[in-house]
Design a protein around this ligand. Structure first.
Ligand code: PMP
Length: 357
């Protein structure tokens, strides 16, 4: 039961009820929320509080992305949803989460901020999940032998940041059956992947939460729109814990707009995937590159002969990439976002200059 996993104070929470939550119809005069009757900027509804439940947006998400309305809640980026999930389920100084290294660093940071312990489970050198090893860790935790308190949640990032690979749905599903805590599948980069999404698992497993974002493929990083897809019990917990007006009206409007441009977005998505493959080949041909990892995302993890030197050389030419060399199994690796053709060409030209220098 999900309820048994929830922190005691959250289980007993009386959530904040905003004016706009209590009245759902279309009124003619709104004197309920102490807003200014007058707005001063170009966004028309700027003087009014936004819909706390982002209903129009969730309806469009259902229509365009196929994620059922009743099973979604919108965060201010998926980052907010990660933080909310940890706050809902993990008792500070008592419970723990498990992350699979190397992975997105925010899981650990949000756990640290919430004073929740983090268990590190290493992916294999080819960035796969060793299911037998994971099962052993989960068994040990269930038996309470490690002294880490209760393991409440594990994070699977698929496609994984910074490695780029997506995991097989069968692997993710097996984990859902092995673990009776919350399985968070972070699909921030799913749009770029040909592998099946874990969204289908939500109807089958109450303990699965799938995270999506409009920050990557949908080109809306600035608006901060993240989506959690989960069983209604989990969705309603997040809706209670999030800030009531966590997603501003302009962001909701921008999200609605971009979801009506799916064809345009898809065309750019295809270009990014083409460029990812082209860049993979071009980078592999460079002498300073030791390995380009296969990617299901919009970035490439690349092992260089001297990552620090390459990083500095690029930065001097005002090209910023992400140094991931301190991460598990990522020695010598930089993470390169697939940009526009012009940006990618500039990166390749700079790397050739580095080699010839
Ligand atoms: N998950 C992963 C794996 C990410 O790489 C990122 C952003 N870098 C996020 C979540 C957060 O995305 P946002 O908050 O913009 O939705």
């Amino acid at each position: 039961m999900i309820r048994d996993l929830v922190r005691a104070n959250i289980r007993g929470l009386t959530p904040y009820s905003s004016a706009r939550n209590e009245f759902t119809g279309e009124a003619e005069v709104y004197l309920d929320a102490n807003e200014n009757w007058q707005g001063f900027v170009s966004f028309q509804e700027a003087n009014r509080y936004p819909d706390p439940q982002a209903r129009a947006l969730r309806a469009r998400i259902e229509a365009v992305l196929g994620l059922p309305y009743e099973n979604t809640v919108i965060g201010s980026g998926s980052d907010e949803l990660i933080d909310n999930l940890i706050r809902i389920f993990c008792e500070p100084r008592q419970d723990s989460i498990l992350v699979m290294n190397p992975t997105y660093g925010a899981y650990r940071v949000f756990a640290d901020i919430n004073d929740v312990k983090v268990l590190s489970f290493d992916l294999t050198e080819t960035f796969q999940i060793d299911l037998a090893a994971l099962q052993a860790v989960l068994q040990q935790e269930r038996a309470g032998r490690s002294g880490n308190g209760q393991l409440k949640m594990l994070f699977i990032c698929s496609p994984n940041n910074p490695t780029g690979n997506a995991f097989d749905l069968a692997t993710i599903e097996t984990i859902c059956t092995l673990f009776d805590g919350i399985v968070v599948v972070d699909e921030a980069y799913q749009d770029f992947s040909a592998k099946a999404s874990a969204a289908t698992l939500v109807a089958k497993y109450e303990n699965v939460v799938v995270l999506r974002t409009l920050s990557k493929c949908w080109g809306l990083a600035s608006a901060r729109v993240g989506i959690a897809l989960a069983a209604q019990a989990v969705v309603s917990l997040i809706a209670q814990v999030k800030y009531p007006y966590n997603l501003g009206g302009p962001s909701q409007a921008l999200a609605l707009e971009v979801l009506s441009k799916a064809d345009e977005v898809k065309a750019t998505l295809e270009l990014i995937i083409e460029e990812r493959e082209r860049m993979g080949t071009a980078l592999s041909a460079l002498g300073c590159v030791e390995h380009v990892y296969p990617s299901d995302a919009n970035f490439l993890l690349v092992r260089f002969d001297d990552a620090r030197a390459v990083y500095r050389f690029l930065a001097e030419r005002l090209i910023i990439v992400r140094d991931r060399s301190s991460q598990r199994h990522c020695q010598g690796c930089l993470r390169l976002t697939v940009g526009s053709i012009v940006e990618n060409e500039r990166l390749l030209a700079a790397l050739k200059e580095y080699e010839n220098g």
